[in-house]
Design a protein. Structure first.
Length: 430
């Protein structure tokens, strides 16, 4: 009697031990920062250990809602983004589930991760026009007294209260959104920071801006964690503290505004051009208003560079909202209208989608947006269209990750174009 044929249960092509990947979604990571880091972890493993089975383990620090479940960022990572990564893994473990890839682990990761705004036009950006306090979903916001350090540590999953940035002790309770700006005593409106980092942290109305700064400071000062090594391991500190990606630390002799500019570049991705021309003058005018409306002084310090950097960036967003800089040439506005009409026709008649995608690729190539971010988004959409066209010709070709149907890709194009058009043009087309 012949041997039984075993069914393919997704056994990987590679041999040898699996590659174990681990990431802790820190409380200061939002969806986008966490997603990009997870992608880089998987891509690095695929590049350096091709064919080896990859197992990804994800933990989540904090990120809870009022009901005790996970907040929106953590849920989106675990339920939606993990579905994007799963084809490139053998096994996945999160606080919500453990899953095995029933198919063979794919090795064709794209070179970069593209994250686009929601297709329905909603945004998670802070509303700089209203300048209202924005907190994460609060847990018992009505409490009259602040939680203890131990309660904050327990919420964050820390064994002992220590600084989120450098792990040093003792620590202080730092409001994420200050009480003076509408913040509450909810346990998730606090961070544990050492005295030094508490005095550097921004005092602003936007919780996500506070956590974004903590994320930056943790990267900048991560070398300080290794100062806590026991004596018998102290010789490893110089090696472990090397970080080529770490932003340069402050020079105490720098003038104040030079240090603010450094933080604007590191935290908010400003370029030198943002500090020049008529637009910079508009930003300065808005800044003087916003620094009083959306910030407060703390520790008697008026010149916390992180607070002023946030106010400059909020002013820049307000100026950009008034003066969209997506398409300024009339020829580009006309081409944009043509793209929207083509997308609408393709969605109405699925049989015409291949020719629609091909037409859109040609029109996108002629566009000359006036800002680099939009140019990058359109280039990514064009590449996506070309991948989908290749899939139409060759059904065995790898399917694009994430937005992987012609219909979704055309809706993405529509949303991107409408958001980039000048106000009156976008209103006519919405």
């Amino acid at each position: 009697m012949g041997k039984k044929t075993k069914k393919n249960r997704g056994k990987q092509a590679g041999t040898g031990k699996s590659v174990l990947l681990y990431h802790d979604m820190a409380v200061y990571e939002d969806f986008e920062r966490c997603a990009r880091r997870l992608f880089e972890i998987v891509r690095h493993a695929a590049t350096n250990f091709p064919g080896k089975p990859r197992i990804l383990v994800l933990d989540v620090q904090g990120h809870r809602n009022a009901a005790g479940g996970f907040d929106a960022d953590a849920l989106e990572i675990m339920t939606e983004f993990m579905g994007v990564l799963m084809p490139f893994l053998t096994e996945l473990q999160t606080p919500m589930l453990r899953a095995h890839n029933r198919n063979c682990q794919r090795e064709d990761l794209p070179p970069a991760l593209s994250i686009f705004p929601p297709l329905d036009g909603t945004t998670h950006d802070y509303d700089v026009a209203k300048m209202e306090p924005r907190s994460r979903p609060e847990i018992k916001p009505e409490r009259k007294t602040p939680p203890t350090k131990e309660q904050i540590a327990a919420y964050l999953g820390l064994s002992d209260p220590s600084c989120l940035i450098c792990w040093h002790t003792p620590v202080e309770r730092a409001h994420v959104v200050p009480r003076a700006l509408g913040g509450s005593n909810s346990v998730n409106n606090f961070a544990l920071l050492c005295s030094k980092h508490h005095q550097e942290a921004p005092d602003v109305a936007d919780a996500e801006a506070f956590w974004q700064w903590v994320d930056y400071a943790e990267l900048r000062d991560s070398h300080q964690k290794w100062e806590l090594l026991p004596d018998d391991l102290a010789h490893l500190a110089p090696v472990l503290s090397r970080n080529k990606n770490r932003p340069e630390a402050d020079d105490p002799d720098d003038k104040f505004f030079a240090r603010v500019k450094q933080e604007l570049r590191a935290v908010y991705d400003w370029s030198e051009g943002d500090f020049e021309g008529a637009r910079w003058q508009e930003i300065l005018e808005e800044y003087y208003e916003l620094v009083h409306k959306g910030t407060v002084d703390h520790f008697g310090v008026r010149h916390k560079k992180s607070t002023h950097a946030w106010a400059y960036d909020a002013a820049k967003k307000l100026v950009d909202q008034r003066n969209p800089t997506g398409f300024t040439r009339r020829a580009d506005i006309v081409r944009s209208r043509r793209l929207l009409a083509a997308a609408e026709a393709g969605l109405a008649e699925p049989a015409s989608i291949p020719s629609t995608l091909s037409t859109c690729v040609g029109v996108i190539a002629k566009l000359k947006p006036s800002n680099a971010k939009l140019a990058g988004q359109l280039a990514q959409i064009s590449t996506l269209f070309q991948d989908l066209l290749e899939l139409q010709k060759n059904p065995d070709a790898p399917r694009p990750v994430g937005i992987n149907t012609p219909e979704l890709s055309l809706r993405l194009l529509q949303r991107t174009i409408i958001d980039a058009l000048p106000g009156e043009e976008a209103t006519d087309l919405s």
